[in-house]
Design a protein around this ligand. Sequence first.
Ligand code: RUQ
Ligand code: CUA
Ligand code: CA
Length: 638
Amino acid sequence: MIDKKDNNLPKIDTEDSHASEHVKMSRRLFLGSSTAVAGAVGALGAGIGSVFSGSTMADTQNNGAGHHTIGPGELDEYYGFWSGGHQGEVRVLGVPSMRELMRIPVFNIDSATGWGLTNESKEILGDQLYQNGDCHHPHISLTDGRYDGKYLFINDKANTRVARIRLDIMKTDRIVHVPNVQAIHGLRLQKVPHTKYVFCNAEFLIPHPNDGSEFTLENSYTMFNAIDAETMEVAWQVIVDGNLDNMDADYTGKYAASTCYNSEKALDLAGTMRNERDWVVVFNIERIEAAVNAGNFKTIGDSKVPVVDGRKGSELTRYIPVPKNPHGLNTSPDGKYFIANGKLSPTCSIIATDRLDDLFDDKISERDPIIGEPELGLGPLHTTFDGRGNAYTTLFIDSQVVKWNIEDAIKHYQGEDVSYIRQKLDVHYQPGHNHASLTESRDADGKWMVVLSKFSKDRFLPVGPLHPENDQLIDISGDEMKLVHDGPTYAEPHDCILVRRDQIKTKKIWDPQDPFFASARKQAEKDGVELEFDNTVIRDGNKVRVYMTSVAPVFGLNEFKVKQGDEVTVYVSNREMVEDVTHGFCMVNHGVNMEISPQQTSSITFIASKPGVHWYYCSWFCHAMHMEMTGRMIVEKV
Ligand code: RUQ
Ligand code: CUA
Ligand code: CA
């Protein structure tokens, strides 16, 4: 272990040692001939056990080109948007530096910005004000198969929600709770002609209605969901057989496909592994829309969402059998293939999207769209692409990423004697998602790949029993993958998306007319208050509205007076015209804090339950006299 630590030091300008090269080669050979080990995968437990056995070899880090180093003051080429996992947020990183630029609170409560505390954020979070969320899949809206930089969408598995983030201000602006289902997991966007729909899978099977009158798994099912990307209303739902895991959409706008690992409808682990093949279910978007428009749907309970039946035998779906408990599903950037990752099978299944019309017209049989099933290694979870015909698949159990050539894998399946594996690279450790730059668009540029490893084990200074994960940056621009950076991350990013920096256009300061705080503006109008200028207190029964401006380093009000028990709403408008001068408003001992950026209005409501003097202060450093940016709330006893 001690020796290993030395090996982990960055070795930017040195050559690979012969020793580690040797180990790397022998390991590759071992894995190259290990395709008969499928049986060993049998139990998922075997994979977990190997966390600590498969990766204790010498460091196989390639000595990277080093051009991932971005100097102080230099800007990155890519934005990376990371899921924040069960922290419930989204993180913005610069790539290739892997510097964290910003956090965007989504489903979580954020002490710094007041997300979950302010009236503006509560309006977006809605009635379902849960305290937690579980983000997995961040995806950026597209127009004609290219990222358009408008929105980012992300799922909440924990509370069955989908959120939209406006990328011009990098704030969450809409959240929808998906009815009739439990646990939104896989989420992707319609790519063509544009992101009209956000597609998302509900993972778990539930009875309908789920009101305590029925508990059996036989009478439970789950649904595939489409959300209108502009209105953020659920447009329709499709009942399926089995469960749903991950998904992707095609480049015609006609099809979407999801993996199912629980075709068995089992409750126990062994049961979910009973079938040698589960399936990929393909959704025919045109036919589903036609069925909804023709009124061939039902609704469930109070929900008005049209529900169509896509179970086996339906015209709306097709079920393509694939081995075994498949997980990720990824569309190649040329639009030709859906690739389903086998998880308990050492294979990926290549589905030809140009055979789907025939499949739906019953001209071919259910396995005919499969045109390749390469053996890649143990525990394939997700695949990403370089736009040059190569695929990169994470191997969870092997702790590797395998680079393979898609056309050669297809030829091999047709009986040609070609090898399709290009390289296997150790990653540290147990990778889940991987993601190459621009890979979910036509513009996949094959420069960088992030591998999101679930375990960091010995890669960082120890921080107690809870370890960070490890997001590794890999240079894929050359023939060989080169590992160039380790990035510790907190609970649990799952997935990320990389876009070119010119594809995102952000505002430097807020538009004072922004809909984000339209309700505050409306209330001010009703009260005859001008947010830009006025500093005033409006009493409305036991509701008190306090309006104040903020210009560094003063609040418009040094003091305001309320009565014990009043419901107080404080509106602060930041009048700065200069970027980066954010103020905060923190009322001591009231659980009240919020961000107010230039030209923004923020508001927060609380009960003034404690008589006496209560200071408030600016909580975002704004000026040399920032400490002096304070005031007092006087609460009179009643
Ligand atoms: S899933 S580690 Cu939540 Cu994206 Cu595959
Ligand atoms: Cu205003 Cu600090
Ligand atoms: Ca299964």
